[in-house]
Design a protein around this ligand. Structure first.
Ligand SMILES: [Zn+2]
Length: 149
């Protein structure tokens, strides 16, 4: 099967998040058949919810849509390296593949910090592909935080 990236859609969600005053992170869940199941951007401020990260919201929506607490065979695209909370939820959801854009030295939990998937307590380890459209993902975050200073 040919690889089709859905990072452009995740970037759209990240831009929409920025326009709502949220940290610009966007996520997309793609089903095993290649169809988009859910898209989301950060909504921590709007929803007054510290767990309102793009990945969590997209996984919730995708799970509700397919009527299952697991997303077996699904792919997750996210513009920023998942934090430890999201990485743990990704494992719980049994996501098959994670594609992320920018690495996150401050809050990332996949390639740095807690490296959630590297622990024996991580019962499911997805395939992880980093650096997907990382230039655009990084630029978006950089512009957002430059504006706030
Ligand atoms: Zn997160």
């Amino acid at each position: 099967m040919m690889f089709t990236t859905h990072m452009d859609l995740a970037l759209e969600e990240a831009r929409a998040a920025a326009s709502r005053g949220e940290v610009p992170v966007g996520a997309v869940i793609v089903g095993p058949n290649g169809a988009v199941l859910a898209t989301a951007g950060n909504r921590t401020r709007e929803d007054c919810d510290p767990t309102g990260h793009a990945e969590i919201l997209a996984m919730r929506a995708a799970c509700a849509r397919i009527g299952s607490e697991r997303l077996v065979g699904c792919d997750l695209y996210v513009t920023l390296e998942p934090c430890p909370m999201c990485a743990s939820a990704i494992s719980q959801a049994r996501i098959a593949r994670v594609y992320y854009g920018a690495s996150d030295p401050k809050s990332g939990g996949v390639a740095q910090g807690p490296r959630v998937f590297a622990h024996p307590q991580s019962h499911h380890v997805p395939e992880v592909y980093d650096g997907i459209a990382s230039v655009e993902c990084k630029a978006l975050l950089k512009a957002f935080f430059a504006e706030r200073r």
